[in-house]
Design a binder for this molecule. Structure first.
Ligand code: FUB
Length: 449
């Protein structure tokens, strides 16, 4: 079972069961596919507006292609627990959208004068001049909605992947893509263009560019975008001193997916003095890269304002509570032998992953687990093992202090095994889970009480 918190009733169930809160790792959302994360900080909380991939079939969409009928919004105060606020806009509720197009691609949202403006691309109902993708706006009084869609898309815009930026002088800009990246100023009402669309200059000429995301830091405007420079999309950025450009290419933020997920799509935010990159990968659908899942990792700048390349991780961001189910398969590091990760059920990937410690000395490390000052006394491990084994939980490294030693019985089905702690940790620890003895143990999660 995975760790995303979906609603109060589920939280209550876990608390009643003594399991506590679950924690965030990558991917962030485990009960549905999510893609194209547009993260925003509103009122001190992070709101993520992703696309919502579903699987096409003969009756909906086009099998083998993107298929999206609606949008959810998710929020988190700490990047650890995420709340799903449900559907905010759907293809069935927008006058101008073809309700059979399943084309609700990457959105964005921005706040202005106490209102929240949600921008989304979709195929128009019209087969005339407005054929293809338009970009619509839905407006709300709160980040989570309810959103009221405008009856018409924004005039004079054709394309996908809207992105919004409001400069310090109050001028709003709309960016979007259609092979290339475009920009236009928006009127104060955020619903109409105030200038003619222009191609953003001077991004690399060759290769598809899409998914623009513009932000400003210390007077530098960063135009960031996925670009097919080689085979699949990688995240790049260009910098300039004006939100409308021109920009100059400055580097790569994230390399192409090592496993071939063709798209990537991102956003970048700062929360409490730390910058974060939100992006996506097909974690829950390794054989079909149009069913994606959103992720987050920390992002850092060099002293000269350039961005350090982000290495995608499974651990992701946020502190994990020791009292939650710690999904050690979302590791920060592993040893170099005997360890592998597999789905708990390859026919139902939403159930998540397991860690397979296949030989003595195999280990994973899971960083930033908070024991607080609650004096945890026991550890629980949900495990299975054909022949039995001894699992050690250590602090910091594979030869760090032993927090617990847990005998896993020879029992091929999953069971929860308890053991008293040898050391009672407090504060934040990086936890190493290591096979001390035995031939093979599979672990779903560990948890402290
Ligand atoms: O999600 C559909 C499309 O894939 C997005 O609009 C692009 O940015 C790419 O991620």
């Amino acid at each position: 079972m995975k760790r995303i918190i979906y609603g109060l009733s589920l939280i209550s169930c876990w608390l009643l069961a003594g399991i506590g809160q679950l924690s965030a790792q990558n991917p962030l959302i485990m009960d549905q596919y999510t893609a194209d994360p547009s993260a925003r900080v509103f009122e001190g909380k992070v709101y993520v507006y992703p696309s919502h991939d579903i699987l096409a079939n003969e009756n909906r969409g086009r099998p083998g292609w993107f298929c999206m009928e609606d949008y959810h919004v998710f929020s988190s105060a700490n990047l650890t627990e995420w709340q799903d606020h449900g559907v905010i806009v759907s293809q069935y509720d927008v006058d101008w959208v073809n309700p059979d197009s399943y084309s609700m691609w990457a959105p964005d949202c921005i706040a202005r004068n106490g209102k929240y403006y949600f921008y989304f691309p979709a195929n128009s109902r019209d087969t005339g001049m407005r054929r293809g993708f338009g970009i619509g706006v839905a407006v709300a009084d709160h980040p989570e909605g309810p959103y009221i869609p405008q009856p018409e898309p924004i005039q004079n815009v054709r394309g996908i992947d809207p992105n919004l930026f409001i400069d310090q002088d109050g001028q709003a800009y709309l960016y979007w893509s259609m092979g290339n990246i475009y920009v236009a100023k928006l009127k104060e009402n955020m619903l109409e263009l105030a200038s003619e669309p222009q191609v953003v200059k001077d991004l690399p000429d060759a290769g598809l560019k899409e998914g623009p995301y513009l932000f400003e830091r210390n007077g530098i405007y960063y135009m960031t975008y996925p670009h097919v420079a080689n085979k699949t999309e990688r995240l790049e950025y260009a910098i300039g001193d004006n939100p409308a450009g021109p920009f100059r290419f400055a580097g790569v933020i994230m390399d192409e997916s090592p496993t071939g997920c063709w798209t990537n799509h991102h956003s970048i935010i700062e929360l409490k003095d730390q910058w974060y990159l939100f992006y996506h990968h097909n974690d829950l659908s390794p054989k079909f890269d149009k069913a994606r899942s959103i992720r987050a990792d920390s992002l850092f700048f060099n002293g000269d304002g350039t961005i350090r390349k982000v290495t995608p991780t499974l651990r992701g961001v946020g502190v994990t509570h020791a009292g939650g189910m710690i999904q050690i398969d979302r590791y920060s590091a592993t040893g170099d032998h005997g360890v592998s990760i597999g789905f708990l059920d390859s026919l139902d990937t939403f159930r998540g992953w397991k860690t397979i410690l296949g030989e003595k000395g195999a280990w994973t490390r899971y960083n930033t687990v908070d024991f607080g000052d609650q004096e945890m006394q026991t550890v629980q491990i949900k495990a299975s093992s054909e022949k039995g084994g001894t699992v050690e939980i250590r602090s910091g490294s594979a030869d760090g202090p032993v927090i617990a030693r847990v005998e896993i019985p020879a029992y091929p089905d999953w069971s929860v095994v308890h053991s008293n702690l040898l050391e009672v940790p407090s504060g934040i620890h990086h936890l190493v889970t290591l096979l001390g003895e035995g031939n093979g143990v599979e672990i779903d999660w560990i948890n402290f009480k």
